[in-house]
Design a protein around this ligand. Structure first.
Ligand code: ATP
Ligand code: MG
Length: 362
């Protein structure tokens, strides 16, 4: 059986450079590698509603933003299926059956859910839908028999939960579902890119993002305001690299050839880091370099976005066609699941015959 990719994003805002290095860039490489039989990319609107149920307009508005971001980074609708989660109702049906296979205490132990509950002040009363979203995520992945899920590090506990559900389902009902593997970024700085404020994670919900669609001046301002090393006060002071957001971003974005192009005084990032640690190199210079590196990465993305923005109805058509295709695939898996779970009464002619015989025999 061929390898299949499923991954996605919540339409709670535009996509940012954390998404880009954590997942989007990898997806495009995988899509173009030709090694995957299917690549499915989902806009997780139903999941977004679990903690934005009072704000449906926000979710609705961001569908097109996320779709434009997808197309602008190079996801190609002729190679990948781009679809909207709620347009595939089979996913909800699967979630309902998976709920039987998971305990409340198991969900409570999920570290990502724990920290998200804290971030959203849900401690006192957690909406059941939000609490269960790891189960619905298992449905999203297994519906397409995905083998590979390219995501950032925060998603590890979700994939583990999915794997447990698959094992449980297969052991109770017989071999039906496929256990997925997670694919994390190779580059450590990309596992969980910090926000420009130095907070642990760049996140739409924390408002500390550089968005893919930001204009060059906004990006420059954000970079110049970035958190660095609070102990590096005078240029001559030795600087620290650890926990210094500007250097984490350089680790995530800088390519060896960027030095020849933008800062030939240094041969490599290691050399730049050494100088900073020795003292005598100011933050502003490093930030200006980072700005050039990031602008060069974002420029083609912005240009492609502008092209797609000219024909918005065509973008909705891409999502519609993708959702229809995704629905066909999910329906096939749901059929197999129902058969395994013995809830396919009308398709099972042997069952009907056996019941008939039982009563005729009486
Ligand atoms: P929200 O705050 O609404 O949860 P988010 O910014 O966390 O939004 P998601 O849509 O939840 O974004 O995440 C989509 C994908 O991007 C996931 O695979 C996630 O691991 C990855 N991702 C999100 N933020 C980062 C980050 N800062 N660094 C690396 N990967 C990230
Ligand atoms: Mg998130």
């Amino acid at each position: 059986m061929g390898k299949i990719i499923l991954t996605g994003d919540r339409p709670t805002g535009r996509l940012h450079v954390g998404h880009y290095v954590g997942s989007l860039k990898r997806r495009v490489e995988l899509q173009n590698s030709g090694e995957y039989e299917k690549v499915l990319i989902m806009i997780a609107d139903a999941q977004a509603l679990t903690d934005n149920f009072e704000n449906p307009e926000k979710v609705r508005q961001n569908i097109i933003e996320v779709a434009l971001d997808y197309l602008s980074v190079g996801l190609d609708p002729t190679k990948s299926t781009l679809f909207i989660q709620s347009m595939v109702p089979e996913l909800t049906e699967m979630t309902f059956y998976y709920m039987n296979l998971v305990t409340v205490s198991r969900l409570q132990r999920n570290p990502t859910v724990k920290s998200e509950i804290q971030m959203r002040n849900f401690e006192a009363s957690i909406p059941v839908g939000f609490f269960c979203y790891p189960i619905s995520q298992a449905a999203d992945i297994t519906a397409f028999k995905a083998t590979t899920v390219p995501v950032g590090e925060d998603q590890l506990p979700m994939i583990e939960q999915t794997r447990e559900i698959v094992r449980k389902f297969n052991s109770v009902y017989g071999e039906t579902l496929v256990e997925p593997d997670v694919l994390l970024p190779d580059n450590k700085a990309c596992l969980r890119l910090p926000g420009i404020d130095g907070m642990a994670k760049m996140s739409k919900s924390l408002g500390n993002c550089i968005y893919l669609a930001d204009d060059p001046e906004d990006v420059r301002k954000k970079i110049m305001s970035m958190y660095t090393d609070p102990l590096h006060i005078q240029v001559s002071d030795p600087g620290h690299i650890e926990g210094n957001t500007v250097f984490t971003y350089l680790d995530a974005f800088c390519k060896p050839e960027d030095f020849a192009e933008f800062w030939p005084e240094y041969a490599s990032l290691d050399e730049l880091k050494e100088h900073y640690q020795r003292g005598g190199l100011g933050d502003v210079k490093v930030k200006k370099f980072l700005n050039k590196v990031i602008q060069a990465e974002l420029e083609p993305i912005r240009a492609r976005r502008k092209e797609y923005e000219k024909d918005i109805p065509a973008v909705y058509e891409i999502l519609k066609a993708g959702s229809e295709r995704a629905r066909e695939l999910a329906a096939q898996t749901l059929d197999e699941m129902k058969k395994a779970m013995k809830i396919n009464y009308f398709d099972d002619l042997d069952l009907i015959k056996a019941q008939a015989q039982k009563y005729q025999g009486e």
